[in-house]
Design a protein around this ligand. Sequence first.
Ligand SMILES: [Fe+2]
Ligand SMILES: [Fe+2]
Length: 292
Amino acid sequence: MRIAHLSDLHLLPDGVLRMTSLLGRRLFGAVNLVLLRHRVHSTEVVRAAVDAVAGQDVDHTVITGDLTNLALDEEFDLAREVVDQLGGFTELTVVPGNHDYYAPDAVRARRFERWFGHTLWDRGQPQDEWPAIKDLGTVVLVAVRSATSPPPMCAYGRVGREQGEAAARAVTSARAEGKAAVVLMHHNLHRRGVAAEATGRLLDRELVSDLLGRSGASLVLHGHDHREHEMVITGPGPGPGTPVVGCGSSSVVQSSGLWTGRFNIYDFEDGKVGIERWRYQGREKRFTAQRA
Ligand SMILES: [Fe+2]
Ligand SMILES: [Fe+2]
């Protein structure tokens, strides 16, 4: 089983910033976006990531949130168009990021669920049951919602005890059946810089880390931190612990240093997980696999 992991696409259609719907909370974000983000994230880089995944014999693709910036229908429409290119050669699971719940009206209108709920729940199932569980055969995906709609200029997340315990139970039962259990969530479990910790951390990080570590999850995948990160959380037993992997943003245009668009591919074989790391090469305008 090969699973590709993309994150933090932050797709921005042309002209969206001129739209009259940029009011209130969105105005803050839009200004922030113009100043900082628009130069960093590119739709073309995401299209290059999709092309690279298409050539890699991947069974399933997961995207760990922040497909949009302001949670507007126009942004979700572009995101659907870009990731639908994966259809036909890989299945898809998408969890929401804080930007996909950017404003209370987007949450009330269930915009994320309307555009991407089909990747989480079958028709006829309740379309808001978290965690969403997907059994892929040898691997079970446990899709957790960590994104909330926080106050302006904040990006906090929270999983909550009820959802966290349900995710841990799903992991335990998948492991009991001899399957790998992969937890998907948007927010990172590691500590970041002072500003990110102050405004954008997972508020119940300790609880979630403890529950997932104890349950023996095979892998936790996240986004939110636009730079790649890997660590291990340990449970009470002597086992090797649970790898926690953030692939970094998949839409960053190569600018300076090593920061550039990234995605990962995980290979599940004989109870082990191998990681291939892919990076966008700005000069060649394509992703290439990194040598270990
Ligand atoms: Fe993000
Ligand atoms: Fe985020």
